[in-house]
Design a protein around this ligand. Structure first.
Ligand code: SF4
Ligand code: SF4
Length: 692
């Protein structure tokens, strides 16, 4: 009876303190902003089972991933035994779930094996942290307290497993000594009963009770430490995965409040049925904790501080200040600081500090290439670039603060419809020497093409990339595809403005383009630029622009598959090829297979770079970096990527993006390797193989 009373009081205290602690964080959700609506439950459960329960992302770091997965799965199994202990403690029973028979045996047996496995894994984790100084666990955001927190939690888990195993050993020996049947199966503990074979019954009983109480009380303690520790992810990560953003990684959320303004600017008579007229917008973008969406705050609470994101961040790798893990930790810390003040003084309270500048510098924000390597790597589907972009939106739209070259880029888009100082009238100069149909001419003749070939600003103005536009137009002509370009009517898709935080300018561009497409009845768009591809495919639909958007890599691959495009293998022969995955084709839109198939059709000698497909390193040009000086660091991102290229010993590095071409070509030049390795676009390679 005494045991029951003590146990019940301990359980009550645990639940009470935990509820209080969890509430201290949960109450801050009311200060956050709305985000996506939670629907698609089938897909959500699928993601949760794959990513959280199946631990698929964690295996991207194979060794640590396997150990972590074993710990996670082991915990899930052992939880059953903990639940049984709760029942036994409350009702003074023993092995109360033993009536489940075979199921019980399997689960308890599994838990017994996992207890040992987890203990070993924890020892490895602790040794790595204490002795090996893994780079992933370092960084300015990783203070002494972060390491201490991790080590305490790991030690506690180790002791939990030891007490569980001790309890099992004592139970087996006790049953043996009193000649009673054993309930459950204990494949590991049964190997160690010999250790206490000489003990008397009372001592065995004491060992059992000590381990039983130590185990359950440590669970209670652990539960109450978690909300104050990075290990809060034990509770938060599975729900966070369930609440993942389900859209492609390359898609940014639309700012509906801006849409309404822009529509009114473009057409004051518009009867736009967008957000309610009285929708009150406190602030564009994110300046402080109260500006973030509930999802970003959830992400920050779920972050395990594992550093996988930072370890693959091209900005961080090349010595820039940005660390995506720090962005999440900073948001969590800022909410912890400001949340109680808002509870006391209201949401509008100002403590003269903010997330931007007091926690996260502008330099960090302008270092991001929006490559999405971080969000792709995060084992619990946290989306860091969304928050970074929200902060850029604040800087640009509320403060007019951006690097000078970015501001100039905005001006060029506004004035010339391109991110550089080129005249719109020169948009067709790239096509001087070839036959390229212009849509307005076709319309004048009463004709309508099947495809719009969207050339893009680089395709029209960049000297090197114009050759790619010519190559692709040549392929379209060769295939007799029904297509046309917009010619001098084409203007910027708005991508660089949007990635630099200028949502207003992006939407101006996008809505004008959508109107132009409507005028010509365009329903199918072919693009060479992955950034334009991404924005048309994923982001224009939010503004009412729905098209069948086809990337040229897909298109060429399809033509080869159908037998319409017969490449000449002899041209490239045994040329050693490699391929750089553009972030906005790969991670953003999952196009990995097609470019490789095309290259394999050109030469059998294809070598992957060490970092490839979803692990490919960014070239450094995305996220509007192409239009500004890079932030200070130890080296340029494109130099790091060029090193990957050179390590393959390839003679041709194939790219499929104007920014990647620019960056990698520069890298090859700086390394003085132009005579050894050429940078060619996939369209150029096909054109060469066709002798166009
Ligand atoms: S999107 Fe790329 S550059 Fe930006 S934080 Fe993530 S990994 Fe770093
Ligand atoms: S954001 Fe994700 S990958 Fe980065 S430290 Fe947190 S949990 Fe790890």
């Amino acid at each position: 009876m005494l045991k029951q009373i003590v146990f019940s009081l301990a359980l009550l205290a645990t639940l009470g303190v935990f509820t209080y602690s969890a509430f201290r964080y949960i109450r801050f959700f009311r200060f956050t902003k709305a985000d996506f609506r939670i629907k698609d439950f089938g897909r959500r459960f699928g993601v949760m089972f794959r990513v959280a329960i199946g631990q698929t992302r964690i295996f991207r770091f194979p060794f640590a991933g396997l150990l972590h997965a074993l710990v996670f799965w082991g915990f899930c199994v052992i939880l059953f035994g903990s639940f049984e202990m709760l029942i036994d403690g409350l009702f003074a029973t023993e092995k109360s779930l033993g009536f489940l028979g075979l199921i019980y045996d399997v689960i308890i047996g599994g838990g017994d094996v996992f207890a040992l496995t987890i203990a070993i894994a924890i020892l490895v984790f602790l040794s790595r942290r204490v002795f090996l100084h893994i780079k992933r666990f370092e960084g300015i955001e990783m203070k002494h307290i972060s390491h201490l927190d991790a080590n305490i939690a790991l030690s506690l888990i180790f002791l939990l497993m030891i007490s569980l195993q001790g309890m099992n050993i004592a139970y087996l020996q006790h049953q043996h000594m009193v000649n009673k049947a054993v309930i459950g199966v204990y494949p590991v503990s049964s190997l160690f009963t010999g250790w206490i074979a000489g003990w008397d019954l009372a001592s065995v009983n004491i060992l059992y009770q000590t381990c039983w109480w130590a185990h359950i009380l440590m669970i209670f303690l652990f539960v109450n430490i978690l909300p104050y520790s990075k290990h809060f992810h034990v509770f938060m990560s599975v729900p966070n995965v369930f609440l993942s953003r389900l859209e492609p990684l390359g898609k940014l959320t639309n700012m509906d409040e801006i849409t309404r303004e822009v529509r009114l600017m473009l057409d004051p008579d518009t009867a736009f049925a967008g957000p309610a007229e009285d929708a009150h917008i406190d602030r564009f973008g994110v300046k402080d904790a109260e500006d973030v969406s509930w999802k970003s705050y959830f992400d920050s609470l779920a972050c395990t501080e594992c550093g996988r994101c930072t370890s693959v961040c091209p900005a961080n790798i090349t010595g820039k200040k940005l660390s995506p893990r720090k962005i999440m930790m900073d948001l969590r810390a800022r909410m912890k600081e400001k949340g109680p003040l808002m509870v006391k003084n209201g949401k509008s309270f100002s403590d003269q500090k903010s997330l931007i500048r007091d926690y996260i510098s502008e330099e960090e924000l302008w270092s991001c290439t929006t490559c999405n390597a971080c969000s792709r790597e995060c084992p619990i589907n946290i989306n860091q670039p969304t928050l970074i972009l929200e902060m850029r939106r604040y800087l640009v739209m509320e403060e007019g603060s951006a690097p000078g070259q970015i501001k100039a880029m905005f001006g060029y888009i506004e004035n010339n419809g391109a991110p550089w100082q080129f005249s719109q009238g020169d948009r067709m100069l790239w096509a001087k020497e070839i036959e390229v149909p212009v849509i307005a001419d076709l319309f004048a003749r009463g004709e309508k093409p099947e495809f719009l070939y969207w050339v893009g600003c680089s395709g029209a103005f960049d000297d090197r990339y114009r050759k790619v536009s010519r190559a692709f137009a040549g392929i379209l002509n060769h295939l007799k595809v029904s297509y046309a370009v917009l010619g001098t009517e084409e203007t910027c898709s708005g991508d660089p403005a949007r990635r630099a935080g200028n949502e207003m300018l992006y939407q101006m561009q996008a809505l004008q383009n959508i109107e132009l497409f409507r005028k010509y009845g365009i329903s199918k768009i072919l693009t060479t630029c992955p950034h334009c591809y991404n924005i048309f495919k994923n982001e224009y639909p939010d503004l009412g622009g729905h098209y069948e958007v086809v990337n040229y890599v897909h298109f060429i691959d399809d033509m080869i598959d159908r037998g319409s495009l017969l490449t000449n293998k002899a041209v490239f022969g045994n040329t050693r090829l490699t391929y750089h995955d553009p972030c906005y084709l790969g991670r953003a839109n999952e196009i990995y297979k097609e470019p490789r198939k095309i290259l394999n059709s050109l030469s059998p000698t294809f070598t992957e770079m060490q970092r490839n497909r979803s692990s490919a390193l960014c070239c450094g040009g995305g996220g509007a970096q192409m239009f500004k000086e890079t932030e200070p660091g130890k080296k340029e991102i494109y130099m790091e990527r060029t090193r990957d290229v050179l390590m393959t010993d390839a003679e041709v590095v194939a790219t499929a993006c104007p920014f990647c071409m620019n960056m990698i070509t520069d890298g090859i030049k700086y390394k003085n390797k132009q005579n050894e390795v050429r940078n060619m676009d996939i369209a150029e390679m096909i054109a060469v193989s066709l002798n166009l």
